[in-house]
Design a binder for this molecule. Structure first.
Ligand code: SF4
Length: 358
C-alpha cells in the first residue's frame, strides 16, 4: 500500500497508530526532570518476554512504537522485544530514548535490533539537557556527559552500515537550562546527528523546583526550536522507511510549538485528542492507559492478554469517552503532533503556515 493510502486509511478508520511501552521501570540515572520517578518504587514483576509475545499476538497492527522506561537499554532482552513487535504487530518505526550511560551495550543492542528489524526505521534518541557538569547535575549522575560523548561516537559510525538507523539528540527545556539553549544547540550541531529535538518540561518532575521556562521567554524559544528543526530538515531516513510524507511531518512538528503555547494559555484540547482510539501506553507490568498523562484503566494480566476484552472493558470505554468529551488536556508532544497529523484540516493549516514561514 502506498504511503498516502496508508495515511488516508489511518485517518478514515482511526486505527491504533502509536504504542509507548515502558519496557522497564529500572533506571541508572536520577534525572531531576523525570516525570515517571514515582513508578520506580512499584515492585510488581515486569512483563516477561513470553507475556510480551502474547500481547503482540493479540493487539491490532500499528506502525509506531516508542520504547521508554526507566532506561530501556537496561532490559537484557530489548532486541528480542523489538523483534516481537516488528514481526507480530507490523511495527515500522521504533523510537528508543536513552540516557547514554552504557556506551558498549547501547552500541551492540542497537546493531542487533536494527539488523533484526530491517524494514523498520530505528530512531535512537540521546538525551542532552546541558553541557559538562551541568548535564551531570540535571541527570543526577556524575560522568553522564562523558558517557554521552562516548555513546555518540560508538553509535554514529553504525549509521554507515545500518541504513535504517537514525540518531538524534533530545533536550528537555526547563527553568534550569533554557538560558543555555544556544550552547546546547551549537554543541549538538557540531556532532552532526540526524536531528535535534526539544520538549518543554511536562508532568510532575522529581525535583519540584523545576518549572517551565518563564512564560515571556516561550515564544522566543519556540522560534529558536523551529529554526533548529529547519536546519536539520527533519527525518531524512523516515522518508525511506515509513514514507509518511516528510514535509507533512515537519510541518506538523513545527506546528506543535504553536499548539503548545495555545494549550498553556487556554488550558483545553486545542485540536481534539486522538488518544481515545489511536494511541496506547503499555506499562512495565502490563498496565494500560490511553496516554502517558492519564492513569492506567486496566492490565493485560487481568484480561488473559486479550486486547479486545481489555479495550472494551467498562473502565476502557469510560476512559475513552472522557478523552472524546475533552475532559483532559496537555501539551505532550507525542500526542499533540499525532492529533494534528490525523486531522486533514489541521495538516492543511500547518502546511500553509510552514510555506508562509509563520
Ligand atoms: S489531551 Fe493529553 S491528557 Fe488528554 S488524552 Fe490527549 S494526550 Fe492524554
Amino acid at each position: 500500500m502506498s504511503a498516502f493510502r496508508e495515511y488516508l486509511n489511518l485517518v478514515r478508520k482511526g486505527k491504533l497508530f502509536q504504542v509507548i511501552y515502558h519496557v522497564t521501570r529500572k533506571c541508572n540515572a536520577r534525572c531531576v526532570s523525570c516525570f515517571s520517578w514515582k513508578r520506580s518504587s512499584i515492585d510488581t514483576p515486569e512483563l516477561s518476554l513470553a507475556e510480551v509475545e502474547r500481547i503482540t499476538h493479540s493487539m491490532p497492527d500499528f506502525p509506531w512504537l516508542l520504547l521508554s522506561g526507566g532506561e530501556p537499554f537496561l532490559r537484557e532482552d530489548l532486541p528480542a522485544v523489538v523483534s516481537l513487535f516488528y514481526k507480530n504487530s507490523a511495527v515500522r518505526h521504533v523510537t528508543l530514548p536513552t540516557n547514554a550511560l552504557m556506551p558498549d551495550r547501547i552500541r551492540s543492542m542497537t546493531r542487533e535490533l536494527c539488523a533484526s528489524a530491517r524494514e523498520a526505521t530505528v530512531n535512537l534518541v540521546i538525551s542532552i539537557d546541558g553541557l559538562g557538569s551541568e548535564h551531570d547535575r540535571l541527570r543526577g549522575c556524575p560522568g553522564n556527559f562523558e558517557a554521552l560523548r562516548e555513546t555518540w561516537e560508538k553509535v554514529a559510525e553504525l549509521r554507515q552500515s545500518l541504513p535504517n538507523l537514525s540518531v538524534k539528540f533530545h533536550t528537555v527545556l526547563s527553568n534550569q537550562n533554557y538560558l543555555h539553549f544556544d550552547e546546547i544547540r551549537d554543541f549538538v550541531g557540531g556532532l552532526k546527528p540526524d536531528l535535534h529535538t526539544f520538549d518543554f518540561l511536562r508532568g510532575t518532575p522529581a525535583d519540584s523546583s523545576l518549572t517551565l521556562p518563564p512564560e515571556e521567554k516561550l515564544p522566543e524559544l519556540s522560534r529558536k526550536i523551529k529554526a533548529v528543526l529547519r536546519h536539520y530538515g527533519g527525518y531524512e531516513r523516515l522518508r525511506k522507511h515509513h514514507s509518511l510524507l516528510k514535509t507533512v511531518y515537519e510541518a506538523v512538528v513545527e506546528d506543535y510549538y504553536d499548539q503548545f503555547l495555545k494549550v498553556l494559555r487556554e488550558k483545553r484540547q486545542i485540536v481534539p485528542c486522538v488518544a481515545d482510539r489511536m494511541t496506547l501506553v503499555l506499562g512495565a507490568s502490563g498496565e494500560v492507559s490511553l496516554c502517558e498523562m492519564l492513569e492506567p484503566f486496566a492490565s493485560f494480566r487481568d484480561f488473559d492478554y486479550d486486547f479486545a476484552s481489555l479495550w472494551d472493558c467498562e473502565a476502557g470505554v469510560r476512559a475513552r469517552s472522557q478523552v472524546t468529551a475533552g475532559r483532559c488536556y496537555c501539551y505532550h508532544p507525542c500526542y499533540q503532533t499525532i492529533n494534528v497529523l490525523f486531522r486533514p484540516s489541521a495538516v492543511a493549516r500547518a502546511l500553509f503556515k510552514r510555506m508562509a514561514r509563520l
